[in-house]
Design a protein around this ligand. Structure first.
Ligand code: C2E
Ligand code: CA
Ligand code: CA
Length: 754
């Protein structure tokens, strides 16, 4: 192979005029081109051919390697090589191709452009090698005239530059994205501004040194958590790094470096980013009336690519700044009660948590203050009025309890955290003694309050909040104006009740209830005429829980409704069996509590259940106690009338023990009275006084057209006396205990034969 073949020939096309490299900003780095060839002449000739040429405005700098091995070594040391002009045949016939493989794979240089040069067409590599190794071009050495070389290299450089840009912008974008994320987690605009300097510097690859200024206009400035607000119209340095860090807080006018001052002022004035040979001044519009300028010194000019990245960065930053304001706003909303401006529930809990983590040597307490009848005031005087009242209450609490933290944690519920001593000395009722004057109304407010002491004993803020709630609940049930302190013993009772309620719920789900039946005897015939259904709770261990231990809880919780429905279903089912067994006159009495009567669905349920059981309502009696009168005598009358119209009969249970007088008996549609057991027990004694009540009730009932049942008859004496008084029906252990279904059926059989 001779060199003559390619270099000494000038081609016919016009040789590109050697152009001066454009010296942008006075400096333009040269393209680095590596020539790899074992023939020294090729090096020389290439050098000559490229001499004085500028590629895409930049000069070229040649590097030389005379073997594949030398090239490989050189490539590990040198950076930024844009193009390699590579001989295929060197030490071996495929040394060149092997080197390409090494460059792409081992060295991982994906961007460098490679132009293969072969002595003869026959030495050209296979197509697949060209694609595999991302080879730009291959030329026989004869083809590489000065002109062709220029075009080939220019094309290669263009593609190299594009690849580099892509890489850089990928890195830049990654930086922008990660910095954006970082900003979001930062607190406050000032931190943000500091972050801008760091991120921006790293973006354009300079030492983090710079200034951030903010222009101040009225209220927007509260967004900067600097100690002094920026006076309107002033430009203030709100963040600085590097050698400028001393300047934070200065007014821009006080900045001595006049060039920087001018640059920042111009940027603020023109509202646009300025690129100067030695610095970048970024304009960052945050929102109306509020902008930041960022000065970063740059020892080298910012490339076109970097400029592009800066633009993206700026718009991203503006978004971030916006987000930070949003986050601050949300944070504010998360901790402040909007209406009163007081701490909200979260803030109170956090205050307590902080205290519990780091307890003050002075004991502290939490007090909850509930406004009584606030809902009514709200309804009568309107919500706007209610809101103002709440604000007034908040104001009064925080002005009187100036050493405490006052918050509003629910509509009309305020919380105070303060030293126990202070809280125990102040009188809440005294604080609320003076009425609240709003418009021309003078409103006296009554409160209930509950408090608890805070101990760092492992309980959480929420636990203490619950304790104060429990105390408050007790204060409320005790009446207006009460202030109650949390009592752990009381709490144990409450906990126990919660536990039992849970057990009761489970009992219902697990079918742990049973129905027992106690016979009712007709005094005149001495034969059974009915039975009372009495519910039993059999625990898994076989023990019974007496009804008086769970019925009140079931009533309190409302569970009595499903339990009552269940009892009714069971009783009707049992009655069906009894009728089928031939006791077709037998009736069943069912206890119904006030809570059950109060349910809108009660009558419908009753009707549905008897219909489903195929039992006529005339065989069903409902026993209600005098406490049902709490519903209101008018409503009760309507209710009982409807029930009775359906064919059911009604008995007043435990008669004589309630507060209600006999007067209601006249009004209510009732069929029977059950004289309470305590009056029956009294019949055992010979003292006349003890039998008086029964003696009075029976004739009175009869006069009102009612039948009289005596319950709890245990002795013959009691039975005899009652019969003598013309009592109609008897019930008690003397005749039969409450018994399970089967026993009851057996018990009844005795009467069949009789
Ligand atoms: P109650 O309606 O006054 O029921 C009569 C209670 O007196 C029953 O107690 C019964 O076992 C008991 N007893 C019956 N004869 C005698 C006797 O000769 N001597 C004595 N010492 N006691 C007698 P129990 O079964 O413990 O029921 C207590 C209360 O529980 C019932 O009083 C009733 O108010 C309520 N209850 C029972 N079952 C139900 C039910 O299904 N629904 C509702 N709402 N309450 C029920
Ligand atoms: Ca009863
Ligand atoms: Ca009773």
């Amino acid at each position: 192979m001779t060199n003559d073949e390619f270099v000494f020939l000038e081609d016919d096309e016009t040789t590109p005029a050697p152009s001066q490299p454009q010296m942008a900003h006075g400096i333009a780095s040269a393209w680095r081109i590596l020539v790899v060839d074992d023939d020294p002449d090729v090096h020389e000739i290439t050098q000559m051919a490229l001499d004085g040429l500028a590629f895409l405005g930049r000069p070229a700098e040649l590097l030389h390697a005379y073997s594949a091995k030398e090239a490989a070594d050189l490539l590990t040391r040198e950076t930024d090589i844009a193009v390699i002009l590579l001989d295929v045949v060197m030490e071996t016939s495929d040394a060149g191709l092997n080197l390409v493989g090494h460059i792409r794979e081992a060295l991982g240089m994906r961007n460098v452009r490679i132009i293969l040069r072969t002595g003869q067409p026959g030495q050209a590599p296979e197509m697949d090698a060209i694609t595999k190794y991302d080879i730009d071009d291959y030329k026989t050495k004869t083809e590489l005239t000065r002109n062709k070389l220029f075009t080939t290299i220019t094309t290669a450089l263009r593609s190299y530059e594009r690849m580099q840009k892509l890489d850089a912008s990928r890195v830049g974008l990654e930086k922008i994205i990660s910095s954006s994320n970082e900003f979001l987690s930062r607190r406050g605009l000032r931190n943000f501004a500091e972050g801008v300097i760091t991120q921006l510097s790293s973006l354009i690859d300079v030492h983090p040194e710079g200034l951030v200024c903010a222009i101040g206009e009225h209220e927007h400035l509260d967004l900067i958590d600097s100690h002094q607000p920026v006076p309107a119209g002033h430009i203030q340095i709100i963040a600085a790094a590097g050698r400028y860090s001393e300047l934070i807080g200065l007014d821009l006018e006080e900045l001595r470096a006049s060039d920087i001052r001018e640059a920042l002022r111009t940027c603020m004035l023109r509202k646009e980013t300025i690129l100067l040979p030695d610095c970048v001044v970024l304009y960052l519009y945050v929102r109306e009336g509020y902008a930041l300028t960022v000065y970063i010194g740059a020892p080298h000019p910012v490339s076109e690519l970097d400029q592009h990245l800066l633009e993206i960065f700026c718009s991203n930053l503006a978004l971030c700044a916006e987000n930070i304001q949003l986050v601050e706003k949300l944070k504010r909303r998360a901790y402040v009660d909007e209406l009163t401006g007081l701490a909200n529930r979260t803030a109170i809990l956090e205050t307590m948590t902080a205290f519990l983590k780091n307890p003050d040597p002075q004991p502290h307490s939490l007090m909850l203050v509930d406004l009584q009848l606030f809902a009514e005031i709200n309804d009568v005087l309107g919500h706007a009025y209610g809101d103002r009242l709440l604000c007034a209450v908040g104001d009064r609490l925080s002005s009187v309890l100036s050493d405490c933290i006052v918050g509003r944690i629910a509509a009309d519920l305020f919380a105070v955290v303060g030293r126990s001593e202070e809280l125990s000395q102040i009188s809440m009722t005294a604080i609320f003694k003076a009425p609240f004057k709003i418009d021309h109304f003078e409103l006296p407010m009554r409160i209930a309050a509950g408090s608890t002491d805070l101990f760092a004993d492992g309980q959480t803020a929420l636990d203490f909040m619950k304790q104060a709630y429990i105390a408050l609940k007790r204060a409320k049930s005790a009446g207006f104006g009460q202030v109650t302190k949390y009592d752990p013993q009381q709490a144990a009772i409450t906990r126990d009740r919660a536990q039992r309620l849970n057990d009761l719920q489970m009992a219902l789900e697990r079918n742990q209830f049973e129905c027992h039946f106690q016979p009712l005897i007709d005094f005149t015939t001495g034969r059974p005429c009915g039975m009372e259904a009495l519910v039993r709770w059999r625990r898994t261990d076989g023990t019974f829980v007496p009804p008086c231990d769970f019925i009140p809880l079931a009533e309190y919780s409302g569970l009595i409704r499903p339990i009552g429905d269940w009892v009714l279903r069971e009783s009707l089912h049992m009655l069906g069996k009894i009728h089928a067994a031939g006791f077709s006159d037998m009736r069943v009495s069912i206890n119904v509590s006030k809570v059950q009567l109060l349910a809108d669905t009660f009558i419908d349920g009753l009707e549905r259940l008897v219909a489903h059981a195929g039992i006529s309502p005339r065989f069903v009696e409902l026993e209600i106690t005098e406490s049902a009168c709490d519903i209101g005598i008018d409503d009760l009358e309507i209710l009982l009338t409807r029930i009775r119209d359906l064919g059911f009969s009604i008995a007043i249970d435990d008669f004589g023990t309630g507060f209600s007088s006999l007067s209601y008996l006249d009004r209510l549609p009732v069929d029977k009275l059950k004289i309470d057991r305590c009056f029956v027990t009294g019949l055992d004694s010979d003292a006349e006084n003890d039998s008086r009540i029964a003696e009075l009730i029976i004739p009175l009932g009869h006069r009102l057209g009612l039948k009289i049942v005596a319950e709890g008859i245990e002795t013959d004496k009691q039975a005899r006396k009652l019969r003598d008084m013309s009592c109609d029906i008897a019930q008690g252990y003397l005749y039969g205990h409450p018994m399970p279904e089967n026993e009851m059926l057996v018990w009844l059989e005795n009467f069949k034969s009789a």
